[in-house]
Design a protein around this ligand. Structure first.
Ligand code: ATP
Ligand code: MG
Length: 426
C-alpha cells in the first residue's frame, strides 16, 4: 500500500493562494521598520535549551510544557526557538552589538511551541519581532508602540485595542509578590491546581490565568500598579503622556503581566475582539535585566513580537484585499509548431527584459491551439499572444483579448513592447 503523509499537527503549509497576503504583510513590516531606522537580524532556529530556561523563566507555560527540546546525538540539549528575544539578546552579546551602544533591530521567522492547536494558535507560527537596546525610555517605549499603531493603520485594522501596564522594578515587584501571596493564600480553595503550584513558584503568573473560574479572584487581587517604585511610576506616567500626545488611545490593564519572566516596567498588548479568544496580535515590553541575566553587560532592552498568522486572519476578513494583491498572469503566450516554440521562448525572454513588471506566462507542454487557449483562459490572463509559423516568418505576433470582445490583431514583433505598455499602462 502506498503511504501518504500529512503535515505535523499544528504546523501548516502556506499555499500559493495565501502567499500574496503574506508578502503584502511582510513588505509593509519591512517598509515601516526601515522608515523608523531599524535593521534586520537573522538568528538560527535552534538554540541551546538553557538559553530559553534562563531567559523566559522555568515556571512559565513555554518552558514548562511547550518547548520542542531534543538531545543532539547524545550530547547537547537543543530547543527549537519558542520566541526570538532570547536569541536576539544572545546574538547581540555574542557579536558585541549591545554594550555601550544603541540598537534598533527586527527579525521575522517561525517559532515553535507545543500548544493545543486551534484557530490563531499553532505549533509552528511566525513572529515579527522588534528589539531595541541601550535606550532607557519611555520615549523608545512610545516609539515602538507608535510603530505598531502605524502598521495597523496601514493594514486597515481598526478594531485593535492597546492595553498597557507597568511591572515596576524587580525590587518593587518582590514586595508586591508578598502581598499577592498573602491574598491568594487567604483564598486557597478558589485557586485551580496550576495556580496553587504557581503560588509557591511564581505567583505573578496566576494573574495571567486563562481559567474563567478564577476571574473574580484575580480581578480583586492587589494591583501591581498601586505598588510601583517611584522611578517606574514616573516612567509609566511618561509613557502615558507620550501616547496621549501622539493621540494613541490605550487602556490601562493592571492584570497584564505577560507570559514571560524577563519583563520589567512597561508591558503592553494589542488586542482585537475579531479573533475569538486568540485576540492578542502583538505583545511586548521592557526587559532591562535580560542582557545581564544572559551574561552580557547591563543594557536596557525594549521590544515586541507580533503573531503573523493572527494578523493574516484579520487581513483575510477584508474582502477587497485579495483582489488588490492578485498575482494573476497578464499575458499568456501560445506557440503553434516547432519553429514558433523555439522563437516563443526567445520572445518572452525579450519581453521580460523590456517589461520586467509584466506577468507573463509561456505555454509549456505543447498541444493544439484549442488546448493552449483553454490554458490561457484558465491562467486569467487578459490577453493571449499567438505565435504560429507564419508569424515567425514575418516577425509578427497576434494579440487576442480574452476577457473582452474585440477582433484579434496581428502586429510587428518590434511594436509589441510599446503595445503591451499601452494595454497594461506600465
Ligand atoms: P498567548 O497569550 O496568546 O498564548 P503569549 O503571551 O504566549 O500569547 P508571546 O510569547 O508574547 O505570546 O508572543 C507574541 C505574540 O505571538 C502573541 O501575542 C501572538 O500574537 C503570537 N503567538 C504566540 N503564541 C502563538 C501560537 N502558538 N500560535 C500563533 N501565534 C502565537
Ligand atoms: Mg502562550
Amino acid at each position: 500500500m502506498r503511504q501518504s503523509f500529512q503535515s505535523v499537527k499544528g504546523m501548516n503549509d502556506v499555499l500559493p493562494d495565501e502567499t500574496p497576503i503574506w508578502h503584502y504583510l511582510e513588505s509593509c513590516l519591512r517598509e515601516i521598520t526601515t522608515s523608523y531606522g531599524y535593521s534586520e537580524i537573522r538568528m538560527p532556529i535552534v538554540e541551546n535549551t538553557q538559553l530559553f530556561c534562563r531567559s523566559i523563566g522555568e515556571v512559565t507555560d513555554i518552558v514548562e510544557k511547550e518547548m520542542y527540546t531534543f538531545v543532539d546525538k547524545g550530547e547537547d540539549s537543543l530547543t527549537l526557538r519558542p520566541e526570538g528575544t532570547a536569541s536576539c539578546v544572545r546574538a547581540g552579546i555574542q557579536h558585541g552589538l549591545l554594550y555601550n551602544q544603541q540598537q534598533r533591530l527586527w527579525y521575522m521567522g517561525p517559532m515553535f511551541r507545543r500548544e493545543r492547536p486551534q484557530k490563531g494558535r499553532y505549533r509552528q507560527f511566525y513572529q515579527f519581532g522588534l528589539e531595541t537596546f541601550g535606550l532607557k525610555g519611555p520615549d523608545i517605549d512610545a516609539e515602538i508602540i507608535a510603530l505598531s499603531a502605524r502598521l495597523w493603520k496601514k493594514l486597515g485594522l481598526n478594531e485593535v485595542e492597546l492595553q498597557i501596564n507597568s511591572l515596576g522594578s524587580n525590587q518593587a515587584r518582590e514586595a508586591y509578590k508578598e502581598k499577592l501571596v498573602d491574598y491568594f493564600a487567604q483564598n486557597l480553595d478558589a485557586l485551580d491546581e496550576d495556580s496553587q503550584r504557581r503560588l509557591k513558584l511564581n505567583p505573578l503568573r496566576i494573574l495571567d490565568t486563562k481559567n474563567p473560574g478564577m476571574k473574580g479572584l484575580v480581578e480583586n487581587a492587589p494591583k501591581l500598579l498601586d505598588h510601583l517604585d517611584d522611578e517606574s511610576k514616573q516612567h509609566f506616567e511618561g509613557l502615558c503622556h507620550k501616547l496621549d500626545h501622539l493621540g494613541i488611545a490605550y487602556v490601562i490593564n493592571p492584570k497584564l503581566v505577560r507570559g514571560l519572566d524577563y519583563y520589567n516596567r512597561t508591558v503592553f498588548e494589542w488586542v482585537t475582539t475579531d479573533l475569538g479568544s486568540q485576540g492578542t496580535i502583538c505583545a511586548g515590553g521592557r526587559y532591562d535585566g535580560l542582557v545581564e541575566q544572559l551574561g552580557g553587560q547591563a543594557t536596557q532592552g525594549c521590544g515586541f513580537a507580533m503573531g503573523l498568522e493572527r494578523i493574516i486572519l484579520l487581513l483575510q476578513q477584508q474582502s477587497d484585499l485579495s483582489d488588490k494583491l492578485s498575482t494573476k498572469t497578464d499575458v499568456y503566450l501560445c506557440t503553434l509548431g516547432e519553429s514558433a516554440e523555439m522563437a516563443g521562448m526567445q520572445l518572452v525572454e525579450k519581453l521580460r527584459d523590456g517589461l520586467p513588471k509584466l506577468k507573463l506566462q509561456l505555454h509549456c507542454g505543447g498541444g493544439n491551439f484549442k488546448k493552449q487557449l483553454k490554458k490561457a483562459d484558465k491562467s486569467s490572463a487578459a490577453i493571449a499572444l499567438i505565435l504560429g509559423g507564419d508569424e515567425v516568418e514575418q516577425q509578427q505576433i497576434t494579440i487576442k483579448t480574452l476577457r473582452e470582445k474585440s477582433d484579434q490583431v496581428t502586429i510587428a514583433q518590434s511594436e509589441l513592447i510599446s503595445r503591451l505598455q499601452q494595454i497594461f499602462a506600465i
